[in-house]
Design a binder for this molecule. Structure first.
Ligand SMILES: [Zn+2]
Length: 123
């Protein structure tokens, strides 16, 4: 492959790359990467990759990022009672002191490895 220039990455009809391709930072606003969707609280939601963006690099393959259509994106899975329960359980485990088995009411500091009462029994 000959050296890819920024302009060479511009292929909105996918004639050269097979799918619509834009240079880095020149993608249309209605397309977004998975990370960009996530910032807006969205996920691709099972849709196919709509386009890609390419960033030419010296002597290496170009960096590639896949783009999804924002209008087809779905909201990130909402929290269900089961997911809240799992989260609460995980947090409760982090508050439980391994020495006395009590819920300390705060996350056990990893540096102490126990609740403050157990870590400093004489105070
Ligand atoms: Zn304790």
């Amino acid at each position: 492959m000959s050296r890819l220039t920024l302009a060479g990455c511009f292929d909105p009809d996918g004639e050269r790359f097979g799918i619509p391709t834009y240079p880095w930072r020149y993608a249309p606003d209605d397309l977004a990467t998975r990370r960009q969707l996530r910032i807006r609280g969205l996920r691709p939601g099972g849709q196919d990759i709509a386009a890609q963006i390419l960033r030419p690099r010296r002597r290496r393959e170009p960096l590639t990022a896949y783009l999804y259509r924002v209008d087809l994106a779905r909201p990130v899975r909402p929290m269900t009672p089961a997911r809240w329960a799992a989260l609460a359980k995980a947090n409760a485990a982090r508050r439980r002191c391994p020495e006395c088995g009590q819920d300390a009411g705060y996350v056990i500091p990893p540096t102490l490895g126990a609740c403050v009462t157990c870590a400093y029994p004489e105070e």
